[in-house]
Design a protein around this ligand. Structure first.
Ligand code: SIN
Length: 290
């Protein structure tokens, strides 16, 4: 992959470069030479944030991060989501474990096993997550990769006719999957969190439009007969999951990776129950999609 230098002025007016490497033609940049266990200056943070906006996913390899380090870095992007139930959190309510490890028969983390379909975090809430950040502590030898799909590219490559059909419409998203994470219901059961958002959202920082539906949680397009809604959604799911728009991240221990839920979907490949996977996740709150 190519390396690139993004030139920026720091607070003192000096020219500083952020060293980056493209992760794939679809999206993603690795940021090289930054140690996130140390506080990040305002000028460095501005460059990281711009790189994130430009590339949707940013990766920092070989980071040795305590929970406090990870939380301190995530807080630079905005207010963190806190777990009220404290399920799968550590002593810090902003930190959630994602893991298939069981101790005394009990799961220590959320989203434990195997494959997950494409989705966007908390799309079923009025204000879905802006950013999600995973830090890899234990990874399987094979599989358990995370896939990221570029939702700007998905929107921009739709035909004019489909864009017209989406214009002004909303889709309903519902959180009705259990730990299998592979079921998609078409009816909202009582007590299931759900919210309708525009099918096409505009990113507040970049001004770009992104397709905002996903196979795991989008259940219907409002105002369309069920058959038409299902057919259009299936077409959109297939389109947005086109491998040309996707980067597959093969994890290494000590990777810190952050994605923008406003313009990316993510999914997970299958992995064996016999292998351990442990990630530390921190989520940054977002705004209502417009
Ligand atoms: C998630 O959907 O947040 C989990 C992704 C993963 O485990 O790779």
């Amino acid at each position: 992959m190519s390396t690139a230098q993004s030139i920026a002025l720091d607070g003192e007016g000096a020219i500083n470069a952020l060293q980056t490497r493209s992760l794939s033609p679809a999206l993603g940049a690795e940021i090289i030479g930054v140690d996130l266990s140390q506080p990040v200056s305002d000028s460095l943070f501005a460059k990281i944030q711009k790189c994130w906006h430009d590339n949707i996913v940013v990766l920092f390899r070989d980071q040795h991060l305590s929970e406090t380090d990870q939380v301190r870095f995530a807080e630079r992007f905005g207010q963190l989501a806190l777990s009220h139930t404290r399920r799968y959190t550590t002593a810090n309510p902003a930190v959630m474990l994602i893991s298939n490890i069981r101790e005394n028969g009990k799961q220590i983390g959320a989203l434990p096993d195997g494959e997950m379909q494409f989705h966007s975090d908390q799309c079923y809430q009025e204000k879905p997550a802006m950013a999600s950040m995973l830090y890899a502590i234990e990874v399987p030898n094979v599989g358990g990769d995370t896939l990221f799909a570029n939702a700007y590219a998905a929107y921009e490559t739709l035909s004019d006719d489909i864009k017209r059909r989406l214009d002004g419409r909303k889709a309903m998203h519902a959180y009705d999957y259990d730990s299998a994470s592979m079921k998609r219901g078409t009816k909202i059961k009582e007590g299931v969190p759900h919210f309708a958002h525009p099918l096409v959202r505009t990113h507040p920082a970049t001004g770009r439009k992104a397709l905002y539906v996903n196979r795991l949680m989008t259940i219907a397009i409002e105002g369309l007969p069920e058959e038409e809604s299902d057919a259009l959604l299936n077409l959109l799911f297939a389109h947005q999951e086109n491998p040309a728009f996707v980067y597959e991240h093969i994890w290494r221990v000590h990777d810190l990776l952050m994605w923008d839920n406003r313009c990316a979907l993510h999914a997970r490949t299958d992995f064996s129950d016999d292998e351990r996977r442990l990630m530390r996740r921190v989520t940054v709150l977002g705004e209502r999609p417009m």
